[in-house]
Ligand binder design. Structure first.
Ligand code: ADP
Ligand code: MG
Length: 736
């Protein structure tokens, strides 16, 4: 059955060659019970390891069933072990975190048996070794003798033709040793049993052959009992491990050692949450630096604000606004958007409030104090609830008359004439940090102010007597519409001093529009008729002015809006809204595009540094996690070499480990997502997490999960490869 011819085993260790055993000749048959003795270091273990295919040999030839094995690969030996060999070790080699039943079952699962079909067989064998009472006890809780009986049960359940036991009683008291030998005797029928022992008396009456080794050689080989006849050889049947069994073991391994489970769980959790948080906070700081810019022209730099004007430079009509409002993403329109950006003050006695004007139509929600306006000069103000005038001086606010003034700042679009309004309603501001107000006023007030603004910002020119002239134009109700009155002295410039019915054109030009007004000169004024003709009384301080009708004058400046602002509901779809507006002949531009960023180069450098730091952090995180996982797995080496000794292949080990890491990482990632979800749903109060999570889309979550799974797979592949780099026994020795 098993034949060795001049087989030698050498150890190469850092350049030094040591001999394990030399020129061994043996011929062992099924039915034999072989006892090997000899002093420590004589080569007994080495011989057993070679016989059982756990270790390689360098010289000679070993025959299995007549077949040469010198050309065997690691895979062939794996196959051989699965078919022929069951090992029993001095140090038991059990999986301590498994129960007795699971330890015995493990071999069968590795050999492709179904869990159900082997149950009775396992229970039967556990009964035979007398451990039924302990079948669900973890092996780590058993005594030495009990452990060795589990190991024997495990060797028996596989039903291999050869059982190899290396000092199975070496760690046992004499009582337990006796029991173990008894069981071995029972098992040995129809098998070849090779036992190394120091205590030859124990097995004298069982052994059929006694071999004595000394210094790597066989010095005695005596057949003490003749075996009747060579028994028929029955090799062990086995299948490849089923996927189902791999999952069963992978999942069992995930949870069977609590500390290991929690450590791996924590590492995966820490790694994924740290990477996600790092990524999100990077995105957040990116967004903040974009938001940081300022603009001279625009106060309100909301990302959902679009500035619009018409391509043909015409003013907006009511129909235009109606059409724009129909676009699905449009929230509301501010027709006179100039007022959003210009700070004004309203004041009364020594009280002043600062803020911006807004159309009363754009007010949202209910007001908190007072009522909505009913008359044209009534207004609602939006103000911080903590404002002094709300907390302490409410009585001085409601139903009091205020004047709209230009703000103390640089804006000078209002003229000196004040516009009186009455505050009838108060609405509390959403933004608790801002002490700026909003003044909701009627459309007519806005129109009035817009007219004033147009006057103050326009370039006004006069064409008279065939040339452009620079004279101040003044409006007067005394002057008839369509006409103008000029200073009497001007007549000398005209041909034949004829002024009456001469044409005059006034040109107005500003940022938004150009307009002109054709008039005819109706006469001239002198000091004596000045007040009668113009309605003004101080001739000397108004000399050389041109007087025209008030309504004529106003028609030049009382214009609808040429530029407005659209506020969109969802800023993510703003580009689409821009496109829709463009299709309507309306030019739209994001107000944020007008932002100026100070020190752009400086910001770019900061950004590069941030990217680098983020990448380094993520790499470091990977590395730390990888190291910890490796250390955790290292503690699992014994388990996996045990699997290997029991016949698990590289692929088996890799898959089982894959599943274990996959289950663990998925679980920890799932918990992380659950926590984020609960934070978002306000079930647990984690404001910062909610804030960060706004910068993560489902894409990032999926990507993170993929990364996690890939890392887990890489680790298991690397670990499995390392485990199979060497012969089984070397791997085992390295690790123990
Ligand atoms: P025994 O089991 O009889 O006590 P071993 O088979 O363990 O003896 O050892 C036989 C010889 O091989 C000893 O000289 C031992 O030092 C050597 N040896 C065993 N294992 C190794 C190893 N991994 N590397 C180098 N030498 C080894
Ligand atoms: Mg030994």
């Amino acid at each position: 059955m098993l034949k060795l011819e001049n087989v030698s085993k050498f150890y190469y260790n850092k350049g030094i060659i040591a001999s394990g055993f030399t020129k061994i000749n043996l011929d062992l048959k099924i039915g034999e019970f072989v006892a090997i003795t000899g002093e420590s270091g004589s080569g007994k273990s080495t011989l057993l390891n070679v016989i059982s295919g756990l270790d390689s040999y360098e010289e000679g030839e070993m025959y299995i069933n007549g077949e040469e094995t010198s050309h065997y690969t690691e895979k062939d030996f794996e196959d051989y072990r699965r078919k022929y060999i069951a090992n029993i070790f001095q140090s038991f080699n059990l999986v301590n975190s498994y129960t007795v039943y699971q330890n015995v079952e493990l071999v069968l699962l590795l050999n492709g048996y179904k869990k159900k079909e082997v149950k009775n067989k396992i229970l039967d064998i556990i009964e035979q070794v007398g451990l039924t009472k302990f079948k669900n006890t973890k092996v780590s809780k058993l005594s030495g003798g009990q452990k060795q009986r589990v190991a024997i049960a495990r060797a028996m359940v596989k039903d291999t033709p050869i059982i190899v036991a290396d000092e199975p009683t070496g760690n046992l008291d004499s009582e337990s040793a006796k029991e173990v030998i008894e069981i071995l005797k029972k098992v040995s029928k129809n098998k070849l049993v090779v036992v190394v022992t120091h205590n030859i008396e124990q097995i004298e009456n069982i052994a059929t052959r006694i071999i004595k080794m000394h210094d790597g050689r066989i010095v005695e080989n005596v057949e003490v009992k003749k075996i009747e006849e060579e028994k028929e050889l029955e090799i062990c049947k086995y299948n490849n491990m089923s996927m189902f069994n791999k999952y069963r073991l992978g999942i069992r391994n995930t949870f069977n050692i609590k500390s290991k489970f929690f450590l791996l769980f924590a590492v995966f959790f820490f790694m994924s949450s740290a990477i996600l948080a790092e990524y999100a906070s990077f995105q957040m700081s990116e967004k903040e630096s974009v938001d940081e810019g300022y603009s001279i022209a625009f106060n309100d730099l909301s990302p959902n604000r679009l500035l619009i004007n018409k391509y043909n430079r015409n003013s907006f009509t009511t129909e235009d606004y109606e059409k724009i409002k129909l676009l699905s993403n449009v929230d509301y329109i501010v027709e006179d958007d100039f007022f959003i950006d210009s700070e004004i003050a309203i004041s009364r006695e020594n009280m002043s409030l600062y803020g911006t004007l807004q159309d009363i139509e754009t007010i949202k929600g209910n007001i908190d104090l007072g009522r909505m306006p009913e008359a044209e000069d009534e207004i609602v103000i939006e103000i911080n609830k903590e404002h002094y005038y709300i907390t302490d001086k409410q009585d001085e606010l409601l139903n009091k008359t205020f004047s709209i003034l230009k703000s103390s700042g640089m804006d000078s679009w209002t003229n000196d004439k004040e516009r009186d309004v009455v505050i009838v309603g108060v609405k509390y501001a959403q933004d608790k940090n801002s002490y700026n107000c909003k003044f909701y006023v009627s459309n007519n007030i806005l129109r009035e102010l817009r007219t004033k603004m147009n006057q103050n910002y326009s370039n006004v020119k006069l064409f008279m007597n065939n040339k452009y002239q620079q004279y101040t134009i003044e409006k007067s109700d005394k002057v008839e519409s369509g006409t103008a009155i000029i200073e009497d002295e001007f007549k000398y410039e005209f041909k034949d001093y004829k002024v009456k019915n001469q044409p005059m054109t006034i040109y107005v030009d500003n940022l938004y529009y150009q307009d002109e007004l054709n008039l005819s000169i109706i006469g001239t004024y002198t000091k004596s008729n000045f007040e009668r003709l113009t309605g003004f009384n101080n001739y000397d301080s108004n000399r050389y002015k041109i007087f025209i009708n008030t309504d004529d004058y106003n028609s030049l400046f009382d214009k609808p809006s040429y530029q407005s602002s659209v506020y969109v509901k969802n800023e993510e779809n703003i580009e689409q809204t821009i496109q829709e507006l463009e299709n309507m002949g309306i030019h739209a531009k994001k107000v944020t595009d007008f932002k100026v960023n100070q020190g752009e180069i400086y910001q770019r450098i900061i950004k590069i540094i941030k990217v680098i730091v983020t990448i380094i952090l993520i790499i470091v995180l990977f590395f730390i996690s990888y190291m910890i996982i490796k250390i955790v797995l290292k503690s699992r080496n014994i388990y996996y070499t045990t699997l290997r000794m029991l016949g698990a292949t590289y692929k088996n080990v890799r898959r089982i480990l894959d599943i274990e890491l996959f289950v663990n990482s998925t679980l920890s990632y799932g918990i992380l997502l659950l926590i984020i979800y609960c934070a978002k749903a306000n079930i647990i109060p984690l404001e910062y997490i909610v804030k960060l999570s706004e910068f993560l889309s489902w894409r990032e979550y999926v990507l993170m999960y993929v990364i996690l799974v890939v890392i887990a797979r890489l680790i298991s592949a690397k670990f499995a490869k390392k485990l199979f780099k060497n012969t089984t026994i070397n791997t085992y020795n390295e690790e123990v």
